[in-house]
Design a protein around this ligand. Structure first.
Ligand code: NAP
Length: 271
C-alpha cells in the first residue's frame, strides 16, 4: 500500500536526494508527493525530470506537505527554521531531522511550538533501499517515531535508539558508509598490485565485501566465527590478516569511528 503522506525534503543535497530516490524506488511513494528544496534550484533538474516537485521556497514546500524532512547542514538550520517555523502547524506536521549534532531540545527551541520531532540518521545507501537508519524521539513523540519507522523501513533497516546515542549512530552508520567504501578501495588497490586490472579488482573487492556482510546479516554469526572458517592453519589468510593487525587495521577503524563521533557532537554551535 502506498504511503499517503506528502513529504518535503528541505535541503536536497547528498543525503536529501538519496532519501528521495530511495523512497520512490521503494514503490511506496510517488515522486509527485515529494517536494525537494534547495537554494540553487538549477541543480535539481535531474530530480525534476523524475517527477519530484522542485522548490526554492521552503514555506510553499512546508504548506504542501505533512512530513518535513530537514537535511541541511548544521550551520544552515537556524536560518531554515527562522523561515519556516511560523508555517509549521501542530496536528498537521511532523519534523524529521537528519541533521547531525542538533538535539531534539535544540530543534524544539527552533520550532517554537508543539510539533512532533524525530531525529533520523540514515546513510547514502538509502538511495538503493539499503540504509541503516537510527531513529530517536522524546517519549511524547512516540507516534511520530512510529510514522518515521514506517517511512524509513521502506528504504532499509531501522533501529530506535536513545537520543544520547545519535552521535555514535552518525559515526557508525552515516560516516560508516565512507569507512567501508575506503576499505573496499584499499582492497582493490591491493588487488591491482597482485595482478588484476583496476575494474576487475574493484568488482572482486566489492562483491567480496557484500558477501562478507551478507554472511553476518543472514546467519547472525559473530564476525570471528566466519573468520575462523577462512583461516586455514599456516595458511595465507591468517598471514595476511595478522600482518594487517600488525599495521593497526582494527585500531585504525576504532580510532576513526571514535574521532567521528566526537566531531559529530561539536558540529552545531548555537549563535
Ligand atoms: N551525507 C550523508 O551521508 C549524511 C548522512 C546522514 C546525515 N547527514 C546530515 O545531513 C545533512 C546534510 O548533509 P549533506 O551531506 O546532504 O550536505 P549537502 O550535500 O551540503 O546538502 C545540504 C543541502 O542543503 C541545501 N540548503 C542549504 N540551506 C538551505 C535552505 N535554507 N533551504 C533549502 N535548502 C538549503 C544546500 O543547497 P543550496 O546551497 O543550493 O541551498 C544543500 O544542497 C547534514 O547535517 C549531515 O550531517 C548526512
Amino acid at each position: 500500500m502506498e504511503n499517503s503522506n506528502r513529504i518535503a525534503i528541505l535541503g536536497a543535497g547528498n543525503i536529501g536526494l538519496s532519501i528521495a530516490n530511495g523512497l520512490i524506488q521503494s514503490g511506496q511513494f510517488k515522486a509527485g508527493d515529494i517536494t525537494l528544496t534547495r537554494r540553487k534550484i538549477s541543480l535539481l533538474e535531474e530530480a525534476k525530470s523524475k517527477g519530484f516537485i522542485i522548490q526554492s521556497d521552503n514555506i510553499k514546500a512546508v504548506n504542501n506537505s505533512e512530513i518535513i524532512i530537514v537535511a541541511v547542514e548544521p550551520q544552515q538550520i537556524n536560518s531554515l527554521f527562522n523561515e519556516i517555523s511560523d508555517d509549521l502547524t501542530p496536528g498537521k506536521h511532523t519534523v524529521i531531522s537528519v541533521v547531525s549534532g542538533v538535539s531534539i531540545k535544540q530543534l524544539k527551541t527552533l520550532i517554537k511550538k508543539d510539533i512532533p520531532v524525530v531525529r533520523a540518521m540514515p546513510n547514502t545507501a538509502i538511495a538503493i533501499q539499503e540504509s541503516m537508519t537510527c531513529l530517536a524521539a522524546s517519549k511524547e513523540d512516540d507516534r511520530a517515531v512510529y510514522d518515521a519507522k514506517a517511512i524509513f523501513n521502506t528504504v532499509g533497516k531501522t533501529l530506535e535508539i536513545d537520543e544520547e546515542q545519535m552521535n555514535a549512530a552518525t559515526a557508525l552508520a552515516a560516516c560508516g558508509v565512507a569507512f567501508f567504501l575506503r576499505a573496499v578501495r584499499a582492497a582493490s588497490q591491493g588487488g591491482i598490485e597482485i595482478g588484476f586490472h583496476s575494474d576487475d579488482a574493484l568488482a572482486i573487492a566489492a562483491q567480496t565485501a557484500r558477501g562478507a556482510a551478507s554472511l553476518l546479516l543472514s546467519k547472525e554469526n559473530h564476525p570471528e566465527y566466519e573468520v575462523d572458517k577462512v583461516t586455514t592453519p599456516r595458511g595465507c589468510t591468517i598471514s595476511g590478516l595478522n600482518q594487517m593487525e600488525h599495521e593497526g587495521f582494527s585500531s585504525a577503524m576504532i580510532k576513526g569511528i571514535t574521532t567521528s563521533a566526537e566531531k559529530a557532537e561539536k558540529l552545531y554551535t548555537i549563535e
